[in-house]
Design a protein around this ligand. Structure first.
Ligand SMILES: [Zn+2]
Length: 240
């Protein structure tokens, strides 16, 4: 099994929004990763990065001038520039935020999407959309859906396990691939597993429980990858 990390953009945002206790008015530049998992028969894209059409004007693209005026985007290469998307066997999304689902429209509509049912339902409920900063523009296109309820052994052979890790969003999930855990945004920084300095949004109690779950895996010897930590996330092969 081969796991490759892709650089699918950067976003700059108020640091205090994304990590509690950061100074007000300071900005931080967050890397946006996606992952390509290749097995004998499968080519799985985990998250899809920023939508290249949104980079020049995120607020205008999403029609969200208030929320998105806090963010600016950068992208050298979209996911389509780095991966032959026609040969994917599935896309797994950790959650529906724009830095994870933005590249989905670049993926052929025949490629199935694997996501937690609670996340998908929240992404189609008007109150939940607002509360969770979900922008359906990136996931409006119809495609085959695999809706998962809780932890799930993806191929029934233990090779890849989806872990239900809610809190950052209602149906957030992580992936365990052997001894590697792609944590998604359970914690944005590696230190978050211990200091619990989560973003100021989301369900704080659920985030804490999910972070504890991943901390236990880390303490048991697994490698847990955080969501947006520039000290950890560098493009290239990830050791499994
Ligand atoms: Zn994110």
């Amino acid at each position: 099994m081969r796991v490759q990390r892709l650089d699918v953009g950067w976003f700059t945002a108020p640091a205090a929004l994304m990590r509690q206790g950061e100074p007000r008015d300071s900005l931080f530049r967050f890397p946006v990763p996606a992952y390509l998992i290749e097995t004998g028969e499968q080519r799985i894209l985990v998250d899809t990065g920023l939508n290249p059409a949104a980079v020049a004007d995120p607020a205008g693209f999403y029609g969200q001038p208030e929320a998105m005026s806090l963010f600016s985007f950068e992208q050298e290469q979209s996911v389509a520039d780095q991966v032959d998307l026609d040969t994917l066997t599935m896309v797994v999304l950790t959650h529906l935020h724009w830095d994870h689902v933005g590249g989905l429209p670049l993926v052929p509509a025949s490629v199935p999407l694997v996501i937690q049912r609670r996340e998908w339902d929240a992404g189609h409920d008007s109150a939940m959309l607002q509360r969770n900063f979900f922008f359906p523009r990136d996931y409006a296109e119809e495609r085959p859906l695999v809706l998962v309820d809780g932890d799930h052994d993806l191929f029934g052979d233990g090779s890849i396990e989806l872990l239900f890790t809610p809190g950052h969003t209602p149906g957030h999930q992580s992936l365990r691939i052997g001894d590697l855990v792609l944590g998604g945004d359970v914690v944005l920084f590696a230190d978050g597993l211990d200091d619990h300095r989560f973003p100021i949004f989301g369900d704080q109690d659920a985030q804490a429980r999910s972070a504890e779950r991943l901390r236990e895996l880390r303490d048991a010897g697994l490698t847990v990858i955080p969501g947006h930590d520039p000290d950890v996330l560098r493009p290239g092969l990830v050791t499994v």
